[in-house]
Design a protein around this ligand. Structure first.
Ligand SMILES: [Zn+2]
Length: 177
């Protein structure tokens, strides 16, 4: 596992460029009231698939950005293997997504910010580089870390404010009834 600042300037710029597109996906999630996490899959210098968190909209526990992107890539390639491809995701993958990344045989995962409560690519454990599995994935962390983290904290702050406001309005309504 590498941190972005261990790479050359050119490599850093390239990874940042793709991560900005993963952030665009995260913004789409935020606009839908979803926790803003976005992912893209890149192969041979082109975007193969995109995905953003849709857990609330689809009411599905598995509708994470990475899984949606992996399914789209499978469809695009008409194959379960996504070898030679890189997955960019704004937040460190959870155990479910790390499992799917291994099963899809992705070559590389690049993520923005860590998830200390569910991350399984460096925080709680590192499933992608565990040599006991039949496939290992190279990992780079910390790409546009501040932006990837800020979009999440902003989302939750706004959510808390909205809930407070809703409560206040309800109280007002009760007192005037
Ligand atoms: Zn996940």
């Amino acid at each position: 596992m590498k941190r972005i600042d261990e790479l050359s300037f050119e490599e850093q710029e390239l990874h940042k460029q793709w991560m900005r597109l993963a952030l665009v996906e995260a913004e789409k999630a935020a606009e839908m009231g979803e926790v803003p996490i976005g992912a893209i899959i890149v192969k041979d210098g082109a975007i193969l698939a995109r995905g953003h968190n849709l857990r609330e909209s689809l009411r599905e526990a598995t509708a994470h950005a990475e899984l949606i992107a992996i399914e789209a890539a499978n469809q695009a390639l008409d194959a379960w293997r996504i070898e030679g491809a890189s997955l960019y995701v704004t937040v460190e993958p959870c155990p479910m997504c790390a499992g799917a990344i291994i099963n899809a045989r992705l070559s590389e995962v690049i993520y923005g910010t860590r998830d200390p409560k569910a991350g399984c690519v460096g925080s709680l454990m590192n499933l992608l580089e565990d040599e006991r599995f039949n496939h290992q994935v190279e990992v780079i962390e910390g790409v546009l870390q501040e932006d990837c983290s800020l979009i999440i904290s902003t989302f939750f702050r706004q959510l808390r404010q909205q809930r407070k406001e809703a409560k206040r309005l309800q109280k007002e309504k009760l007192s005037t009834d």
